[in-house]
Design a protein around this ligand. Structure first.
Ligand SMILES: Cc1cc2nc3c(=O)[nH]c(=O)nc-3n(C[C@H](O)[C@H](O)[C@H](O)COP(=O)(O)OP(=O)(O)OC[C@H]3O[C@@H](n4cnc5c(N)ncnc54)[C@H](O)[C@@H]3O)c2cc1C
Length: 406
């Protein structure tokens, strides 16, 4: 008997699910992919600053799941079935070579997201996926083991439906999932930058600290990584990771909190204090502003010294105990007031979505409505920046596509 599978959403998860399903079904069925907008794979195209950070070179599922503030536990089994290595093989079999950068992010060797978009579209065409753009699904019903997929002026009948409508409050997938009995965890942004107005950062936009610890007292949020000063405050992997793990807590405090920073993470406060004390003996005639012992960018070091209340021209020999203590404080536990957030344009995702315990992660089938499968960001899954969000889309899309064909 020929099976009709309807995939809702023409993003990364929807395409991967549709191609996988159509290839598995072969002549035994038909896959229709419906995309509300005129643009297929729009996020893939703009992703990674136009380069598409396809995945991350982390091939150990137990390690991989640590990069997901939400969904890690559920994804463990799924990653044993489809992980970054499988993603690389899939693209390689379709003549797309992918390279790793030093920080583990993986991009097509062309450094062009169009390579990934073209590959997915060719794969869909070869597998005879019937793609309809400008086709928004208005509602979904399930009766007598069949789905009615209601469009503006037409209704399609499907044996199985794969919901891959993406995240975000504007995505229509959550309402469709709710109408079929699912619960949606509240939606809040993840992967954002912090707005900070403080003399320490003024006019230093563009400077980055390669290694810093950032934390929020009282919220159990602590991350280590590069931090970038921007014209609105702070960004960089360390900050983005903190925003992801703290997505809900930081939303709860309306993005107003005190951020703490340690610019010398390799040493603790006592060791930094000891280093500063030793400089008073070792380099007595050198100026504090210009003799920077911790490899901090020179202009930032100068500003830290200034913020610590140490006057210009002060030598290490003349630095008072209070001056040294204040500098140590600004180096190891600087306090900066965060007063809002900004969108990180290179990558952002939604925290929240369809509740994970309502989905069987061996198949991505709904436990509420049999025959309904869910994939991608419509689920309450999100990762930190670095290719983990697409990997979740490829993995859940593949599983959903495979299972919907079985
Ligand atoms: C600017 C930006 C850059 C990013 N860069 C990266 C990156 O480099 N690496 C990475 O891992 N992640 C990145 N991400 C995150 C990644 O893009 C998402 O996690 C991923 O695209 C989710 O895929 P998806 O298929 O679940 O959803 P989407 O890509 O959002 O696709 C869902 C699709 O469903 C359609 N749709 C919604 N409702 C309906 C409906 N009712 N009927 C029909 N169609 C509907 C939408 O129009 C959309 O096309 C980035 C995100 C952004 C915003």
């Amino acid at each position: 008997m020929s099976r009709h599978v309807v995939v809702i959403g023409g993003g990364a998860a929807g395409f991967f699910a549709a191609v996988t399903c159509a290839e598995a079904l072969g002549r035994n069925g038909k896959v229709t992919l419906l995309e509300a907008t005129q643009h297929l794979l729009a996020k893939v195209r703009i992703s990674g600053g136009g380069r598409c950070n396809v995945t991350h070179n982390c091939f150990e599922p137990a390690e991989l799941v640590k990069r997901y503030p939400r969904g890690g536990r559920e994804l463990l089994g799924a990653f044993h079935r489809w992980q970054p290595r499988d993603t690389l093989d899939w693209f390689s079999q379709r003549s797309v070579a992918i390279k790793a950068e030093d920080d583990g992010r993986m991009f097509p060797v062309t450094d062009d997201s169009a390579t990934i978009v073209d590959c997915l579209q060719h794969a869909a065409a070869s597998a005879n996926v019937d793609i309809r753009t400008g086709t928004s699904v208005k509602s979904l019903n399930f009766k007598d083991e069949k789905f009615s997929v209601h469009l503006s002026n037409e209704t399609l009948v499907a044996d199985r439906v794969i919901l891959a409508c993406g995240g975000g409050a504007s995505a229509g997938g959550h309402a469709l999932a709710t109408s079929l009995g699912h619960t949606v965890e509240p939606l809040v942004p993840s992967l954002f930058t912090f707005n900070i107005k403080h003399a320490l950062l003024a006019d230093l936009s563009g400077l980055s600290v390669e290694d810093a610890i950032v934390w929020v007292d009282g919220l159990k949020l602590r991350e280590r990584g590069p931090v970038l000063i921007t014209h609105t405050g702070l960004s960089g992997p360390g900050i983005l990771k903190l925003s992801a793990w703290g997505a809900r807590l930081l939303a709860d405090c309306a993005y107003r909190f005190t951020l703490k920073l340690n610019f010398v993470p390799a040493a603790d406060t006592k060791q930094v204090a000891a280093s500063l004390a030793s400089l008073r003996l070792k380099e007595p005639r050198k100026q504090v502003t210009t003799w920077n012992p911790f490899g901090i960018p020179a202009r930032l070091w100068e500003r830290l010294v200034q913020t610590a209340g140490i006057s210009e021209g002060m030598t290490w020999a003349n630095l008072s105990a209070e001056g040294a203590q204040s500098l140590c404080h600004w180096l190891t536990s600087a306090e900066l007031p965060v007063s809002g957030k900004s969108t990180h344009k290179e990558e952002f995702v939604t925290c929240g979505g369809v509740r994970l315990r309502e989905v069987d992660f061996r198949t991505m089938e709904s436990k509420v409505t049999p025959g309904l499968f869910l994939a991608g960001e419509v689920l309450d899954i999100d990762g930190v920046t670095g290719g983990f969000n697409f990997q979740a889309a490829w993995t859940t899309g593949w599983l959903a596509g495979q299972s919907a064909a079985e």
